[in-house]
Design a protein around this ligand. Structure first.
Ligand code: ZN
Length: 94
């Protein structure tokens, strides 16, 4: 009788362990999907940024707007050292 109770207890523990294992597997799967999604997003931004972003910024500067962080988007009366510096640094990275 006691052996049977032990067996039931053991079976219950085993079921709990299996459930926990399933939950862990599901969580790992979710993380893997999230990771893949983040990787895709990062690749998309990395591909987008270097050419398109830089060209758009230097074009904006040529049209007479600030592209430096402190005055971004404002009309530019004369050459801005911050903008030029920003463009130079951006250009160097490519
Ligand atoms: Zn500026």
């Amino acid at each position: 009788m006691s052996l049977y109770r032990d067996f039931l207890e053991w079976q219950e523990k085993l079921r709990a362990l299996l459930e926990e294992g399933e939950q862990l597997a599901r969580r790992a799967e979710g993380l893997e999907q999230e990771n893949a999604l983040l990787r895709q997003e990062r690749e998309a931004t990395v591909v987008d940024e270097p050419t398109g972003g830089f060209e758009a910024l230097s074009q904006l500067y040529d049209e007479g707007y600030h592209i430096c962080p402190m005055s971004f988007g404002r009309m530019r009366e004369e050459d801005c050292l911050f903008c030029l510096n920003f463009l130079r640094n951006k250009g160097k990275k490519e």
